[in-house]
Design a protein around this ligand. Structure first.
Ligand SMILES: NC(=O)C1=CN([C@@H]2O[C@H](COP(=O)(O)OP(=O)(O)OC[C@H]3O[C@@H](n4cnc5c(N)ncnc54)[C@H](O)[C@@H]3O)[C@@H](O)[C@H]2O)C=CC1
Ligand SMILES: CC(=O)C(=O)O
Ligand SMILES: [Mg+2]
Length: 473
């Protein structure tokens, strides 16, 4: 897990001169280069040569180039084509729009479209709230990005953001039945983003902002929340914070500590880091030290970001100074939402006994679990190839399911805290162990529990607008 690549499989189409190289030699070369052969198809069998499609599993996609090179170097072997299963999966994109019913005849046509549709349009025109019952608005969320902070890949632009946003849309649908659509904007201008999202809002029941860099993301979210009558949620801030809190509630329980007593070092004070800090403070944490490239933030200094001045004033009660490797000494918990490889093994060794390390940067964490192993009690990453996956995907599907169902006007702090507790509760006290502090993304009960908790909180806080919802449930 030392770089961005995750496991994948590739299919090598090889033309093999049997007199020069045996299949055994090819298999050995593939094994030596880190590949596992999982299927072999003979596509042409000649007297002296054969063409074979060899499917190879790789634990790390970055091994692919070297593997292909070493196979190509074998005498009498010609590499005709290499296809990567991850890329094949993305061909033509990952989602589509499917009508709910077929248009079989003129009668259907006149009802789903003109002239019949006109009556429905006029009914909505007369009473706009009918859009929630008579259009896709009630179940549709816009996943909006400008491509400026895509995972931890940085500013790779709106086109580069598309595969990630399509992936989020798939997760919305599969985990919570929410129809989500990727909207990747070709602008980084705060005002233009706000204007554009407001202009497209009529089609949507909620706005999920994604991978918009800080500090612009704070203003964009605040303004859209104030100016739109549908819930607006910046997933990298609040979804991440909710799932972090869920994981930490269980992790501290497992190691027998109280959040209030823990020294927490949080690295990366951007969108995710600041929101994570706020939710930890709300949950009772008292000693959080925030670190960014400039080192630990300390009250009394003036920082360029407004959010950092707030941060310095509300954290680091003992005014610890220095780099991450200084302030990590004695820490009970490390939370990373920064960049790959920021935390070194020597840093982890300085932490308190039963250390908890959540290295959440994607796609490559602050430290690889195999490096930290032996020095930490609980380890988590944001990736799906490690058992404890702290990823906002545990939050956003159920949260939006809840707010759409009760037609909440906004998403409150109470709803976020309730969602965190709901996620944590999926792991029973008797089930808690070092490799199971957070439920799996595939646990169907997560989205349902988050939905229930969010709806309860929405009613308790008076932001649910569907009055009859409970009776109709
Ligand atoms: N596991 C999860 O669910 C989530 C993980 N993330 C990950 O967290 C990371 C940050 O995401 P955002 O907050 O949205 O980005 P951001 O761009 O808003 O913030 C990143 C912050 O990290 C700081 N940083 C970068 N390199 C650093 C270093 N070497 N030392 C200290 N600080 C450093 C930057 O200065 C910036 O303040 C990304 O890798 C992202 O993939 C974000 C959201 C959810
Ligand atoms: C998971 C996620 O949203 C991120 O890494 O940006
Ligand atoms: Mg994100």
């Amino acid at each position: 897990m030392k770089n961005a690549a995750a496991s994948t499989s590739i299919v090598l189409r090889l033309e093999i001169d049997k007199e020069q190289t045996s299949f055994g030699q090819i298999a050995t070369a593939i094994g030596d280069a880190g590949g596992d052969i999982i299927a072999v198809d003979v596509t042409r069998a000649g007297k002296t040569s054969t063409t074979r499609d060899i499917t190879v599993q790789l634990t790390d996609a970055s091994l692919s180039q070297d593997l292909v090179r070493s196979v190509a170097q074998l005498p009498g072997v010609q590499v005709i084509n290499v296809s990567d299963s991850t890329f094949l999966l993305h061909l033509g994109g990952k989602i589509e729009v499917t009508p709910k019913m077929p248009i079989k005849n003129r009668d259907d046509l006149s009802r789903v479209y003109t002239p019949g549709v006109a009556r429905v349009s006029m009914a909505i025109h007369e009473k706009p709230s009918r859009a929630h019952t008579l259009t896709i608005k009630r179940n549709t969320v816009a996943v909006v990005s400008d491509g400026t902070a895509v995972l931890g890949l940085g500013d790779i632009g709106p086109l580069g953001a598309m595969p990630v946003m399509e992936g989020k849309a798939m997760l919305f649908k599969q985990l919570a039945g929410v129809d989500a659509f990727p909207i990747c904007l070709d602008t980084r201008d705060t005002e233009e983003i706000i204007r554009t999202v407001k202009a497209i809002a009529p089609a949507f029941g909620g706005i999920n902002l994604e991978d918009i860099s800080s500090p612009r993301c704070f203003e964009i979210e605040r303004r859209l929340s104030e100016e739109l009558d549908i819930p607006v949620f910046h997933d990298d801030q609040h979804g991440t914070a909710v799932v972090l809190l869920a994981g930490l509630l269980n992790a501290v329980k497992l190691v027998g500590k109280r959040l209030a007593d823990c020294k927490i070092v949080l690295c990366g004070l951007g969108a995710a880091g600041i929101a994570c800090t706020k939710i930890l403070l709300a949950a009772g944490a008292q000693n959080i030290i925030g670190v960014d490239r400039c080192g630990a933030l300390v009250a009394g200094k003036t920082y360029a970001h407004e959010a950092w001045n707030w941060y310095a004033a509300h954290t680091n009660p003992h005014r610890e100074q220095g780099a991450l490797s200084d302030v990590i000494a004695g820490a009970d918990i490390f939370v990373g939402v920064s960049a790959p490889g920021v935390l070194r093994v020597d840093d982890v060794k300085k932490m308190a006994p039963d250390a908890i390390v959540f290295a959440m940067a994607n796609p490559t964490p602050e430290i690889a679990p195999e490096e930290a192993e032996g020095y930490v009690r609980v380890m988590a990453t944001g990736r799906s190839d490690y058992p404890n996956q702290i990823n906002n995907v545990l939050c956003f599907p159920g949260l939006f399911r809840g707010v759409l169902d009760c037609r909440a006007s906004r998403i409150t702090e109470g709803m976020k805290l309730a969602a965190a507790k709901a996620i944590a509760s999926v792991v029973g006290e008797d089930e808690l162990n070092e490799l199971y502090i957070i439920p799996s993304v595939f646990n169907q009960s997560v989205a349902e529990k988050v939905r229930e908790a969010v709806i309860d909180a929405a009613y308790a806080e008076g932001v649910a607008r569907r009055r009859d919802f409970r009776e109709n449930k």
